[in-house]
Write a protein that binds this ligand. Sequence first.
Ligand code: PHE
Length: 450
Amino acid sequence: MEKRTDFGSKIGAVLASAGSAVGLGNVWRFPTEVGNNGGAAFIFVYLLCIAVIGIPVMMSEFLIGRHTHTNTIHAFAKLAPGKWWRIEGIAGVFVAFMILSYYIVISGWTLFYLIQSVGGRLQADRDYSQVFTGFVSNPWMPILMGVIFMALTHVIIAKGVQSGIEKSSKLMMPLLLLIIGILVVCSFGMPGSREGLRFLLKPDFSKLTASVILSAVGQAFFSLSLAMGCLCTYASYFRQDTNLPKTAVGVSTIDTIVAILSGFIIFPAVFSVENVSVDAGPGLVFITLPSVFNIAFSHVPWLGYIFSGFFYLLLLLAALTSAMSLHESVTAYVLEAFHVSRKKAAIAVSVACMTLGVFCSLSFGVLGDVKLFGLNIFELFDFTASKIILPIGGIIICLFVGWYLDRKLVENELTNGGKLRFKLFRLYYFIIRYVAPLAIAAVFLRELLP
Ligand code: PHE
């Protein structure tokens, strides 16, 4: 077995974790949720959720990973030998495996749209709803795209922690932030930018219902990659002098800024075009946006060309850095549990995920009628992972750190053995014991109960 490595630098650790957090959830899911839940008021609650629940739960995952320096399954087993808590480690790795299987499908679509857009194929006045349905229901093309995307992820993971994950994050994350900057500037020039900004910035608190609040908690968890073993695995590569609370705040800040800026990119464009609804749902990015880009930039087509090319590149980079963390969560376990080389472990994970991914992909076409509880394969994976295993996992992590682990151990880990000051420790501990588990339980019950 290879010797365990660390991230070589603190900035590498922050950028890799931020890469995990910044993903399709920020650029695609967040604007959709904002659109569905009434704009600025939702954003306000979302920010509160990140600060009050998201950051403390992230710190908890970090401390489990860094304290044990091993993969998520072994981490729980090490901290609670012979106890049932182990199940959370298993659930975390299992859910990462499941999510990766369908995450590569959407990531493959993103790759296809990037290729189309660079080839100038998104520049025409076409029926984009038909383009989308035609593409996803085709048995071959989406799978081919998924395979290419998986191969990219695989190559990075097989290279290892420092020369794979860390190096590529250091390259891709700044590039991603640069692209966002360019797109925000472009989108301020659009005719609908004022209205878009008003929608994003002027809260209408009458729109705040219980369901809006609960959607915000759910989005915060998904976006910060919590409860999937990813951040726990990454933290197992953190060095002993990494400041965990500060890193959690840094990662969450980057994630939140990217989500909000994605709103600034998408809504001015959407408001520039009449008859397009802001709550178009998941089709927003693949159906609505291509037509919106065309109409909004009809007077300067070359700008539309650049805008859409950069947009899909942004989406692809975001997806890739997140897929890397999902892959690593599983690979780290396989490699440490079965004592095989990293290359072999990564191949096993890539092939297994891709096999499941094929079924997820085909569920948009030939396997569309294969359903369980009224959900096709893709929807079933998404539902089981994000609506059932994730929330339960979140609650278990809070209870584990707040009630099972020794308080001294938790405090020691968050202050690096007393070397750092962490003034808000008592507040953190209170949140982890009471506030966070109750809030997550509320989301969970709301999602499951009719
Ligand atoms: N946080 C990622 C996003 O915003 C999604 C993700 C989930 C990534 C789980 C890794 C693990 O898209």
